[in-house]
Design a protein around this ligand. Sequence first.
Ligand SMILES: [Ca+2]
Ligand SMILES: [Ca+2]
Length: 346
Amino acid sequence: SFEGVYNYSIVSDVVFDKSTNANNISSTLTISGTITVLEPSLSLSLSTGSLAQTVTRTYAISPIQYTLDTNYSGAIEVNASNLPSGVSASITNNVLSLTGTSTTEGIYDFSVTVSVGSVNKSFSGTIIVSPYNCITNLNTSDFILVSDATISGNEVTLTPSQSGKKGMIWTKNKIDLDEDFSIEADLYLGNLNGNGADGMAFVLQRISNTQDGGDGTNIGLGNISESFAVEFDTYRGTGDPTTNDHIAIIKDGDVRSSNAHSAYASYVDVGNIEDGNNHRTIINWAASSKKFSVSFDGTVIFDLTIDIPDIFFNGDSEVYWGFTAATGALVNTQKVSFVEFCPPLN
Ligand SMILES: [Ca+2]
Ligand SMILES: [Ca+2]
């Protein structure tokens, strides 16, 4: 609070005269200069990690890092509130890091304040510590394969690259949407773009664990009359909003309705995803906040507050989950490779 430019001068009215070896009181000497006192400056920029995370208890959070830019040479203070126990904030070389592992489940709306002198900057976020241990090795007896789907280890081939194929994998038993779930998987949509089809879907439904939603533009989903789906559509058929590949939330298998593609969230144009690559996909449901999110290749595609049991299942929270895919006259090999899912199935 003493910022400013200070021009000072020091005047001495007694000057020592070397030639006479005595003080000369009739001369003066003035020394002047300038001292500039700056206000401390501080800016923070997020360089690594996400401020909204769900992590399974006993797993480390993805580190969150901020780069600090400051003119302040004194001590930098950091104060964090409501971080999960086991997660802490520290500063090294002007990089602020939040790291650690929590064993205590809960929803933590945290905030962090960084101070240099009298100047403060803050940021906040949410870390959800979920109670489940996740499964990294799929147990085939927990799932049902339908029609053309085959399985090898954690990799499920939903369709081979042949015409008129369809494949589905469903959990053998229902999960409860009153509890959180998360699924991390690599989606492979094939390597045929112009002549490729039809795509894949992640589906929740409560009808049966043998549902077959049909081939071609049905994507293995269209005939499932009551369902919540995230489609990864690679072929423009009737009602599709774009010639590009797209990701959309679809209710009740309504894949041929243009309006259905943006009924709950605007569909997302993803260009071409029939590119011969695996696409890391993370699907998350937080039961207490009714937050549903999908990230694809590291980009958040959907992050919604949506009451899935109420809107899609007449209030019933118990559903099967699974993946579906299909080919028509045009084809692709379509596979889902599970990386991790939780809670465990039973
Ligand atoms: Ca389509
Ligand atoms: Ca494509």
